[in-house]
Design a protein around this ligand. Structure first.
Ligand code: TGC
Ligand code: FAD
Length: 392
């Protein structure tokens, strides 16, 4: 892969909307990605392996629990700083951002929000430092968009719970020490349980042959009569709203992350268009290529504004789940379209690992599917504006 020459587009001077702390956090993440992710990520994506050597660096830039209070090892930052970190990491690779999203919003967040003080003290500092990695098990083989139908269940056996079932498509599963698992109790109520690697009957086979998110490890979670200590139940919230509350935080991070992937594709294509000569001219001088580039920067700028505003609403505690859905859906769709157009600007070179675009393009096929598909987020907006449920 070529040297990382990334320069971030900021067509509407959005930097003026950021505080000094936001810019400091963003620039530190950007430099770290240039130094530690860009030089190795293509190789790891090609061999379909998560680069575990970057875990410490992710922890150091505050990517594990950016908004979790400092007393629990988090970075204690606001929602815009959190978003900017996700943007910069996904500028490098969506799979790396996935690992950080899962750790922060899907593992640390539920322990922080729904857990006991003992659980917070036991798990959060180790997760923030990357000493322990976590995963989040909601999706099942027969229940993806409809997690309410899950069949994974636990029974009260007096001094422990007995957990049975299976989860599928779980990011970080193959190496995680801790899994937040959503399962139904005997009354059919959904609860979160903290399951640890090493518990008898718990296994995490890796999912192979992915063409997307290759630098992220994905796997199954299988529970065969796993005895889970009673103190591992997250007591402070139950029902489907509990996992969906975690998804709000992760989907918000993805909305920012997708901008990062789009910015990288745009910046690469813009530079290439000024250097690549055909018919005696740089291809950037042809109207058809300018149309693609002009539309890209327009869409990126719209997404930046939407997402910054969402960050302000999140900081004020006013953002709704439906607003988050709109941003996740819009930005990932924007990024996937930009990746496709950028790939065309690079011609044949665009399909190679010399450039990041094809990898972003393939990664975004997962991002547009996970954390609620493109269709599901449209239906969430539809329900919000009409009051009519088109899911079922
Ligand atoms: P519904 O009846 O609408 O809601 C059930 C309860 O949940 C509440 N709720 C929410 N709470 C917090 N945040 C949200 N976003 C919420 N949406 C709904 C709701 O108020 C209700 O509460 P209560 O107290 O009345 O019970 O539920 P439904 O069964 O009709 O489903 C609605 C639907 C389809 C929108 C939902 O199931 C959904 O979002 N499906 C998509 C599933 C999904 O996103 N899965 C993601 C799995 S994790 C993942 O992909 C990680 S990838 C990580 C990475 O690598 O980055
Ligand atoms: P389905 O739900 O079967 O959907 C198939 C198609 O039907 C989609 O186009 C969908 O939009 C459409 N559809 C479904 N219902 C409706 C409806 N009511 N109306 C209209 N259209 C509908 N899950 C986790 O729990 N944890 C993880 O860490 C995790 N990581 C993932 C990593 C990767 C790489 C991938 C690919 C997935 C991951 N997922 C994870 C799972 C992800 O959240 C699901 O794939 C996603 O929610 C969709 O579920 P599904 O794949 O079963 O598709």
């Amino acid at each position: 892969m070529r040297p990382d020459l990334f320069e971030a587009p900021d067509y509407y001077n959005l930097d003026e909307l950021l505080s000094d702390e936001h810019k400091l956090v963003r620039d530190a993440s950007r430099e770290w990605v240039k130094r530690s992710v860009s030089p190795i990520i293509e190789e790891y994506a090609q061999k379909a392996e998560f680069p575990t050597q970057i875990i410490n660096g992710l922890a150091e830039i505050g990517a594990f629990g950016p908004y979790i209070p400092i007393e629990y090892g988090g970075a204690g930052l606001d929602q815009i700083s959190y978003g900017l970190i996700m943007q910069e990491i996904e500028r490098g690779d969506s799979g790396v951002r996935s690992t950080a999203s899962v750790q922060s919003s899907l593992v640390m967040y539920p322990i922080w929000k729904y857990g006991t003080e003992e659980q917070r003290q036991k798990y959060l500092p180790k997760l923030a430092s990357g000493e322990w990695m976590g995963c989040f098990g909601l999706t099942e083989p027969d229940h993806g968009s409809n997690p309410a139908g899950m069949v994974t269940n636990f029974k009260d056996k007096g001094d422990h719970y007995l957990l049975n079932g299976a989860k599928m498509w779980i990011s970080n599963a193959p190496f995680a020490q801790v899994a937040i698992v959503w399962a139904k109790n005997e009354e059919g109520r959904i609860h979160g349980l903290i399951v640890e690697r090493g518990m008898e009957g718990f296994s995490t086979p890796e999912t192979h042959n992915k063409w997307s998110l290759r630098a992220s490890a994905t796997g199954e979670l299988i529970f065969d009569n796993v005895k889970v200590p009673k103190e591992n139940l997250l007591p402070n919230k139950s029902g489907l709203g509990a996992p969906l509350g975690c998804l709000d935080s992760a989907r918000y991070g993805i909305a920012w992350g997708a901008i990062g992937a789009a910015m990288d594709c745009y910046d690469t294509a813009l530079r290439y268009s000024k250097e690549r000569m055909q018919f005696g001219k740089p291809i950037g001088q042809f109207q058809l290529q300018q149309k693609k580039l002009a539309e890209m920067i327009t869409e990126i700028t719209k997404a930046q504004l939407l997402t910054w505003r969402l960050g302000v609403l999140r900081n004020e505690g006013k953002a709704t789940s439906a607003q988050i859905s709109m941003a996740k859906r819009n930005n990932v769709d924007m990024a996937i379209n930009i990746a496709r157009k950028a790939r065309q600007i690079l011609g044949g070179m665009g399909i190679t690992g010399e450039y990041s675009i094809m990898r972003h393009s393939m990664n975004l096929e997962s991002v547009i599917t996970y954390e609620g598909t493109h269709d599901i987020h449209l239906l969430i907006t539809g329900l919000d504006i009409t009051g009519l449920n088109a899911f079922k």
